[in-house]
Write a protein that binds this ligand. Sequence first.
Ligand code: HEM
Length: 443
Amino acid sequence: MNASEDGWVPHWAGSQNVYLLAPNEMTARTLHKDLGDPLADITSHDTYLRGFPHAAFRRMREEDPVAWVEEQGGSGFWAITRHADVIEVSRDYKRFTAARGIRIEEMDSEELEARRSMMELDPPDHTRLRRLVQPGFTPRVVLTYEEAFRKLVRLVFDRVLPLGEFDFVTEIARELPIRMLCRLLGVPETDAGDMVAWGDQMISNADPEYTPVIIDKVDTEEYRLLPFRSPAALEVFRYAEDLARERRAHPRDDIITTLLTAEPDGEPLTDLEFKNFFTLMMVAGNETTRHTISHGLIYLHDHPEQLAMLTHDLEALSSGATEEILRASGVTMHFRRTAAVDTEIRGVPIGRGDKVVMWYTSANYDEDVFDEPFIFDIHRDPNPHVTFGTGRHVCLGAALARLEVRVFLEEFLSRAPSFELGPPDRLRSNFISGIKHLPIRIG
Ligand code: HEM
């Protein structure tokens, strides 16, 4: 991304992860001007500092869609990069279990038991938890939050937009999803700052800006029984314990009370189950949507003709734009399963116990499914992206995330149709495609 015509580059801009231009590959609507190194190490957190290595994944989709990838400090894994295969793996829990962990990192059985949330369960245990939490997140229920979210967005914009120049991530993108989540869970908004900081430390556990306990550089052995091997989880656990005590004493009509008092199949949630669920919500419901909003603003800025169309007819086009932003950004780049039996994918034999990693972001650019996947098109229809996964673990918060991105677009573009962006500063992570800082100038 370049400085504006008058040469404006904000003095507080982060590191210079500027898109490189490759004019022979570009049209006005090309999404990524730098597709990266076709031989990039997809396991390295550093690789993603330049953005998702699209050239490497395009090569794998074409040449080796079920590829064996060696990794440092782990057994290696099968990288699944095509859309159809991601769907096959996600939907067949009998062949591909979630119960042995869903991140590339391997865990022994003690770690797994301590850190297990609903994400690391297969039916019937998964079904029990999912049934309990699902009613609070259906599209119909989530729509009832729209006005509250719109008000929240307006309040934040009233404070921030008059500043003129600011960091879009810290002032806007980071603020919105967490405040909404606090409301939804009945957590005081005054605690939102702590939630953001803890969420950052846990999910961004490979980036030194957010944590001193960097997962691939520091010995994290003493934290191995905590979510994300992160000491921040201790604070979230303490917070969740206090919250549980308070809600048991003073029940309310909210999701937390339901979780603590309902007895699915005659069995209440254990304290550890509750703490792990609360931690999961803090991370899953906050970071992902935040980064999607930031990516969305960058795509629109880089595609002025799409931005102009959208701004001209926000009501009609905001849902389509939301889906295209979700597809293109693919913020949760992968999740893992483990082969529960000897099996095969596309004729490639997979051994029982092998790790199988589904690269959703690659599937979202699969040429077999998406016409011109490297073109950003807010009219794209159909748009069967797998940004929220699929199958039994399909994202619980998908309707909420969609609502948040759409309302953000509607409110932001009606108040700030013209803006300049400085270079984005990207998160060091092979798991979350994140933007840490994004300078913006309104007007
Ligand atoms: C753009 C934003 C989001 C993205 C990209 C995203 C992505 C995903 C993906 C890919 C999965 C599937 C994991 C798997 O197959 O193992 C998932 C599951 C989940 N997500 Fe999201 N998510 C987003 C927003 C949210 C929000 C807002 C919430 C909560 C308020 C949330 C809560 C969850 C939970 C609890 C699960 C686990 C569901 C289960 O195991 O049954 N997510 N998410």
